[in-house]
Design a protein around this ligand. Structure first.
Ligand SMILES: [Zn+2]
Length: 115
């Protein structure tokens, strides 16, 4: 294994029911994928921009490894930002993918103390 490689998880973000009716345009089963920096929408349907805005900050964190006790690992269903909407968005790790540091940034590899 090259010392230049690092691993991220591919993600699937899927609309799920939480027991309350939906207010927005979500449909159960709608989903998108996250592979590296890319969002992939295999379906031709729409996806709420408000929901996407709520999900975006979490996706890079969900792509990375955690300690076993970290709540970010166990908590995977994100609520719709509309407080009247019952939709949830389940984030699932689908597989690991390797990336080259040199192919993802022009900055040198961090050489400080382990964080
Ligand atoms: Zn909603």
């Amino acid at each position: 294994m090259s010392e230049d490689l690092f691993t991220l998880y591919d993600l699937k973000v899927e609309v799920v029911e939480t027991g309350r009716p939906f207010v927005c345009s979500h449909e159960v089963g709608d989903y998108f994928l996250v592979q590296g920096e890319n969002l992939i929408f295999p379906q031709t349907k729409q996806f709420s921009l408000y929901s996407l805005a709520a999900l975006l900050p979490l996706l890079p964190a969900k792509q990375r490894a955690y300690q076993r006790n970290d709540w970010m690992l166990s908590d995977a269903v994100i609520a719709c930002p509309d407080p009247n909407c019952g939709a949830g968005f389940k984030i699932t790790r689908t597989k690991q993918r390797e990336f080259s540091h040199a192919e993802t940034t022009v900055e040198p590899i961090y050489e400080g103390e382990d964080l």
